[in-house]
Design a binder for this molecule. Structure first.
Ligand code: PBG
Length: 329
């Protein structure tokens, strides 16, 4: 059970309604079956790219300009995908005062084009914006400047929601970010925008292909200062409980397979829906094995997805969401 709620009542009030605002979100939250409504497809949009480039290891996943992204989403919709997670990478990187005009353009264009045919999630983090590739802002001594980080992250979340993102997905793992984002959204007339927190996110070796695609490799050090230690279970569960207490509408574990022991535990303790992110390195492992003739891609994906579902994942973010229909979901 969650401990004593520390949130103002005006936040807690709306929690059951916030996830009912669109059909695809309702389908995704339905707990009784496992269909392609439960999948979320990542999309990488890059401001500098001209021709789309396949992401190393992630078969049929590309870094794209805005036009190609719109075309890709259109094809995906015809293949039964309705839930998308956007990763947007702007041309200019900075240390602060980020320019978010490309993000606004991407989100509003996608939403204008597909309206209620899609449920659009946007990843909120600083690592594709900062010149150092970390998910936070630093003081001069390289310690995390939490106050300015939370201000930036919550401001970014507001801008994404205002631009039309249906769901806000913070992946930064900064202490207190869910609470801060909720507060800013509520104060900006966005009290019905749900927050899906990457709540149990490990510092993992399996994010490599993603970091190439999202231009988010840290230029110094690693993310062990703020992402979870895979050796610890209680901390991993506590991280999700804390996000629940701060007002997250749904939770997520990541990487999926290496967090398989945590999902039902977190679900029981929070009574929130908990999804799993089959991250880039997990997916690439399967694709590259197939390339070498060592397994059948579709069968292997089916197995991993059912295992995550068996572990009680409510939704699965996977680079193979666009294959789900052809695989039989
Ligand atoms: C950004 C972010 C990462 C992923 C999702 N959002 C990378 C990281 O934290 O280093 C990883 C996703 C994947 O590997 O598929 N913070």
């Amino acid at each position: 059970m969650i401990g004593k709620m520390r949130l103002p009542m005006n936040n807690v009030d709306k929690k059951l309604h916030r996830l009912k605002g669109n059909k695809f979100l309702r389908d995704l939250c339905s707990e009784t079956d496992f269909t392609r409504s439960n999948f979320v497809q990542p999309i990488f949009v890059n401001e500098t790219i001209t021709n789309k480039e396949e992401i190393l290891g992630l078969k049929d996943n590309f870094v794209m300009n805005l036009d190609d992204s719109l075309k890709q989403i259109n094809v995906d919709i015809s293949n039964g995908v309705n839930n998308f997670l956007l990763f947007i990478s702007p041309k200019n990187k900075a240390q602060n005062s980020f320019n978010l005009s490309f993000h606004e353009q991407v989100i509003s264009s996608v939403k204008d084009e597909f309206k209620n045919d899609i449920n659009l999630w946007t990843d909120v983090c600083l690592c594709s914006l900062t010149d150092h590739g970390h998910c936070c802002l630093f003081n001069n001594d390289h310690s995390i400047n939490l106050d300015t980080t939370l201000l930036e992250i919550s401001n970014i979340a507001r801008i994404y929601a205002e631009a039309g993102s249906d769901v806000i997905a913070p992946s930064d793992m900064m202490d207190g970010r869910t609470l801060k984002i909720r507060e800013v959204l509520d104060n900006s007339n966005l009290s019905m925008t749900p927050i899906i927190s990457y709540s149990t996110k490990f510092s993992s070796n399996f994010y490599g292909p993603f970091r190439n695609a999202a231009e988010s490799t840290p230029s110094f050090g690693d993310r062990k200062q703020y992402q979870l230690d895979y050796r610890s279970k209680s901390e991993a569960i506590r991280a999700s409980i804390r996000c629940a207490e701060e007002g997250a509408d749904m939770l997520m574990v990541k990487p999926g397979i290496t967090s398989i022991d945590l999902i039902s535990n977190i679900k029981d303790k929070t009574n929130l829906m908990v999804g799993a992110y089959q991250v880039s390195g997990e997916y690439a492992g399967i694709c590259l094995s197939e390339e070498k003739g060592l397994l059948n891609l579709e069968e292997a994906l089916k197995e991993t997805w059912h295992v995550m579902r068996r572990a009680e994942a409510q939704f699965i973010i996977t680079y193979g969401a666009r294959l789900a229909k052809q695989i039989g979901f």
